[in-house]
Design a protein around this ligand. Structure first.
Ligand code: SAH
Length: 455
């Protein structure tokens, strides 16, 4: 491939960083050609070396920081950027919140949408927040290690302090690592597709302090598992559930379909907004419990419920939003594609003595058509889709049901802006500022709530 770039590999240049990408990389332009450089911030003058040149952009590595941004804070640990655990660790938290607000505003502007964005709702303590960890187990220099992959690779960097996780989870990972070492359990080797343990997943209830440990294995059997389980239970009294998840395929999908409870309960419980939730190994559960409560509360407030409304909660997971909303509405319908999650959702409704909810397993876009055919007339539709956003058929069916409001919880501003435009074509308008809520401090993820009103 012949590349007509104004820069060359290994060349050293200097310039001013003009922007920060949605992945948290600084941007320097040479003849309008963008160069992406990690650990640099807008306004900083830097000397950098070109490390890779592609057709329409290049990557560089900072060599010297000539002038520093006032928003720069010391890096905690270079490995957090290298592995992508905390790619914004060098940016002051207040500036991270502005960065996220700005991300949404910029995408709206590019789409010529005149919609305001409020200040991002941040956390008081913006680290140690994650209630879940999914940690690869590999052999590094002849030793079993737990850590994180270097960005863009599958090279494991051993890490003990994960910074953004509940420290009790970090502690549990070390206990498990040491036991796997002690019993000479063979870690997974991706190249040969051999070895026993691929990953360890740990979840800890923020309020309940109940802990679940899941061994994701290639093999059907974990040698010495009785001894390992016994030692875990003795060393980690919060553990309520130890599960083996069998994932024999050579795949990037982290968890397999088959779960085997090795000890204790099949599930753990935690609370959100005073409600109790049962969580299965494979169910989606928001990873930042403190901010999730604020996110849900803001969504409920913005939905403007009086107790008389019919509400659809699409992409409902284990029913967390549905059940929180049910207390403020007449009737709630939840839909979700993962059957296990719906089993949990139904159980959660019973557990909390909530009777005005109905849950269905299906693709949201399909179920909306069915509800529409049944003549269901929701007053409010709440959506919380994955990163790819809503299917066009979903938006079509949703607007044909003519709800007064659509409350859109988004984890990806790009698809949010796309979907706002589709709703606008069907007679919906955004009347109040979009509210970003920081669910993932130190990372570039942007979560927000948008309310669309029928005109
Ligand atoms: N509202 C829940 C879950 C949000 S995550 C909570 O806050 O906990 C998004 C959910 O959408 C996941 O549970 C995922 O399984 C589900 N999902 C993904 N694609 C879907 C589709 N096409 N139809 C229905 N649900 C889907």
């Amino acid at each position: 491939m012949k590349i007509n770039a104004p820069v060359h590999k290994n060349e050293t240049l200097s310039g001013t960083v003009i922007d920060l990408t949605y992945q948290g990389m600084g941007v320097v332009k040479v003849d309008n050609f963008p160069i992406f450089i990690t650990n640099t911030l807008p306004g900083e003058e830097i000397e950098f070396k070109i490390t890779k040149v592609a057709r329409s952009f290049a990557y560089g590595r900072m060599m010297t920081l000539i002038t520093k941004s006032p928003d720069r804070v010391p890096e905690r640990d270079r490995q957090y950027t290298q592995t992508g655990i905390a790619p914004l660790q060098h940016l002051a938290y207040s500036a991270q919140l502005k960065f996220k607000q700005h991300q949404i505003a910029e995408l709206l502007q590019k789409a010529h949408l005149d919609i305001d964005v409020s200040e991002t709702m941040g956390m008081e303590t913006p680290y140690h927040y994650r209630n879940k960890a999914q940690i690869p187990v590999r052999m590094v220099n002849g030793k079993l290690e737990t850590g994180f992959y270097k960005r863009g690779s599958h090279d494991l960097v051993p890490i003990e302090d994960f910074y953004i996780q509940d420290p009790k989870i970090d502690e549990a990972i070390l206990v498990v690592r040491d036991l796997l070492r002690h019993y000479h359990i063979e870690p997974y080797n991706e190249e040969t597709n051999r070895g026993t343990v691929k990953n360890v997943m740990v979840r800890r209830g923020y309020y309940s302090h109940e802990m679940m440990i899941v061994f994701v294995t290639r093999a059907k059997k974990i040698p010495m598992h009785d001894q390992i389980v016994e030692a875990i239970v003795e060393k980690l009294p919060e553990v309520k559930s130890i599960v083996q998840n069998i994932n024999p395929e050579k795949t990037n999908v982290l968890m397999g379909k088959e779960n085997k409870t090795l000890w204790g309960s099949d599930t753990i419980e935690d609370q959100l907004l005073g409600l109790t939730f049962t969580i299965s190994p494979l169910s989606f559960y928001q990873v930042n419990p403190q901010q999730t409560e604020r996110l849900y509360q803001a969504a409920i407030d913005q939905a403007g419920l009086t107790g008389n409304e019919t509400v659809i909660d699409a992409y409902c997971g284990i029913g967390t939003i549905s059940l929180a909303v049910a207390q403020h509405a007449k009737q709630v319908y939840g839909v979700e594609v993962v059957a296990d999650a719906i089993t949990d959702a139904k159980l959660n409704a019973m557990k909390n003595h909530i009777e005005n909810v109905e849950f269905v397993t299906d693709k949201a876009e399909k179920q909306m058509k069915k509800w529409q055919a049944d003549g269901l007339k929701p007053d409010v539709i709440i959506v919380d889709p994955p990163r790819k956003g809503l299917a066009p058929e979903f938006i079509e069916a949703a607007s044909e049901m003519k709800p007064d409001k659509v409350v859109y919880v988004s984890c990806n501003p790009a698809t949010l802006v796309r979907d706002i435009q589709l709703f606008q074509e069907r007679g919906y308008q955004v009347a109040q500022p979009i509210q970003p809520v920081d669910q993932f401090p130190q990372t570039t993820h942007v979560e927000s709530i948008t309310v669309l009103n029928r005109q």
